[in-house]
Design a protein around this ligand. Structure first.
Ligand code: B1M
Length: 215
């Protein structure tokens, strides 16, 4: 039954049908399905397929944007459900999070933010297209423990390396832990630039952040 719902959710995103995607998001929540599973098994395969078709020139940018809008609308509903039990308490881990400069992708980052909050981690979400200087000034102003960067483009990945260098230059490398994620990022890249952690998905981001906070 839920498999059918996941398939319908993927199709709604692939067809860029926002109203249907929203309805299916609500329907799956009403059925008490795990909110993260709805995203991972339902909507994400739909947007991934849209990305593949776009890559092959079988889908054009306006259509990809419709798919993204449907995905965003559906994940907004599910993210709210994820965050229901949140409520970061005084003394909890504080993370400054954003998509790096030049990168406007924010769906995955939004999921990461919601899941962190659902786990009692305080998130200061700086949005998209965030310069390294802003990541650092916000981390300092908010007395954050961790800086989390999301990057979806191979061309913007280098911003994560720029952040490491900027932190060293300012003598702040030991003050903040760093975590990097996003589709083109790998463990190897993260080791190469000297960041503290890599997370492949939102669940892993939660685990890695708890580990980093212990160090
Ligand atoms: Co764009 N885009 N896009 N796009 N887009 C990709 C990334 C691309 C792979 C598509 C393709 O060609 N196959 C390609 C990049 C190629 C490359 O660099 N190698 C691409 C391109 C080329 C572009 C444009 C340049 C297109 C153009 O204008 N010609 C342009 C760039 C705009 C910019 O950023 N400057 C562009 C624009 C767009 C839209 C606006 C249409 C839309 C974004 C809407 C939005 O985000 N508000 C869009 C979309 C939707 C995609 C794809 C199809 C899907 C991205 C997504 O939302 N995935 C994407 C193809 C793909 O990834 N398969 C593609 C679902 C989401 C749940 O997954 O974001 O990976 P993801 O997040 C995951 C993990 O990565 C991880 O956890 C999340 C949840 O599990 N994670 C973290 C993410 N951040 C993390 C941070 C962490 C930890 C984990 O710690 C801090």
């Amino acid at each position: 039954m839920s498999e059918e719902l996941f398939k319908e959710a993927a199709n709604a995103v692939l067809e860029g049908d926002t109203a249907r995607a929203e309805k299916l998001a609500q329907k799956s929540l009403d059925k008490n399905l795990d909110p993260l599973k709805i995203i991972e098994k339902g909507f994400t395969p739909g947007i991934a397929e849209a990305g593949r078709l776009f890559d092959r020139g079988e889908l054009f940018l306006p259509q990809l944007m419709s798919c993204a809008n449907a995905m965003k609308a559906a994940t907004t509903i599910v993210n709210e459900a994820l965050g229901v039990e949140s409520g970061a308490k005084e003394g909890t881990i504080r993370v400054v999070l954003g998509s790096v400069e030049g990168d406007l992708h924010d769906i995955g980052k939004g999921i990461v933010a919601s899941l962190l909050e659902a786990n009692g981690i305080e998130v200061i979400d700086l949005g998209t297209d965030v310069p390294v200087e802003k990541f650092v000034s916000e981390a300092e102003e908010n007395d954050a423990d961790i800086i989390g960067t999301s990057t979806l483009l191979t061309t913007t990945m280098k911003e994560t390396e720029k952040l490491e260098n900027y932190l060293k230059e300012k003598g702040l490398r030991e003050k903040f832990k760093t975590i990097v994620g996003g589709a083109p990022v790998t463990e190897r890249w993260v080791n190469k630039i000297g960041a503290d952690a890599y997370a492949e998905n939102a669940n892993e981001a939660v685990d890695k952040i708890f580990e980093l906070a212990k160090k």
